[in-house]
Write a protein that binds this ligand. Structure first.
Ligand code: SAH
Length: 222
């Protein structure tokens, strides 16, 4: 048995007991159909237990969404893995995330070596997420605000991921895609959404692919 009670509060919690569980989670995701080795490796490196609320740490490596306050959730690892895989973001790519939430998806994207920009509606959630991300050494730019508008100052983006369920595809996000860029966004009603990947082929032409049904917390203001 390891004794971690001597660790000061606020420091990175001991990782050894969690590394094993992360390995198991990676196997679960592989069995559920995640194929991209870079994504699986990233999931295998990110300390998800740092992003969950204290009462839920023991469930951090189950493949399930968990509450993070403000009626929001840290997304299910499978969902994070699937969205990340669909983004096809290479190291150095410029990526915009809408819905920072706990910061977990942001950490997975940082592990891929992308240049990450992330927008969150709830300032209090963003503050918490920024604290965890910085403590763990992840570097990204964040902004509190309505992600419906994207983040025009740094556009165009090679990839944009929306981590809340939208009623429709926000036009500003399409406008902020680079040619060849991809927008991964769940679109539908309040309970279930279709995972769409929209690829910008030219100034005016967008291709749309569908990747099954998911269930996200609502995207506010779409
Ligand atoms: N990527 C997050 C998932 C959080 S859940 C994670 O890994 O934990 C979705 C998040 O989207 C919530 O934090 C919610 O506050 C945020 N959100 C909802 N509507 C939004 C909007 N219009 N603009 C920005 N963020 C929004």
């Amino acid at each position: 048995m390891s004794d971690r009670s001597s660790q000061p509060a606020g420091r990175v919690r001991g990782d050894a007991p969690y590394a094993l569980r992360r390995g198991r989670l990676v196997n679960v995701l592989r069995n559920k159909g995640i194929e991209d080795a870079r994504v699986l490796d990233a999931i295998g490196r990110v300390r998800r237990h740092e992003f969950t609320e204290d009462g839920f740490v023991f469930r951090a490596y189950f493949d399930e969404a968990l509450p993070i306050g403000k009626n929001q959730t840290i997304s299910q690892p499978f969902t994070v893995a699937r969205q990340t895989e669909l983004l096809q973001a290479e190291a150095g790519a410029k990526v915009l995330e809408i819905g920072t939430g706990s910061g977990y998806q942001a950490a997975v994207l940082c592990e891929l070596g992308v240049r990450l920009f992330s927008v969150e509606l709830h300032a209090s959630l963003l503050e918490r997420a920024k604290g965890v991300l910085h403590r763990l050494g992840y570097r990204l730019r964040t902004k509190a605000g309505n992600g419906y508008e994207g983040w025009p100052a740094f556009a165009p983006y090679d990839a944009i991921v929306v981590t809340a369920g939208a009623r429709s595809v926000p036009q500003p996000l399409l406008d902020q895609l680079a040619i060849g860029g991809r927008l991964v966004i769940p679109v539908g009603g309040p309970d279930r959404q279709e995972m769409l990947r929209i690829t910008r082929r030219s100034e005016q032409q967008f291709d749309r692919e569908s990747f099954g049904i998911f269930s996200f917390v609502p995207f506010v203001g779409s």
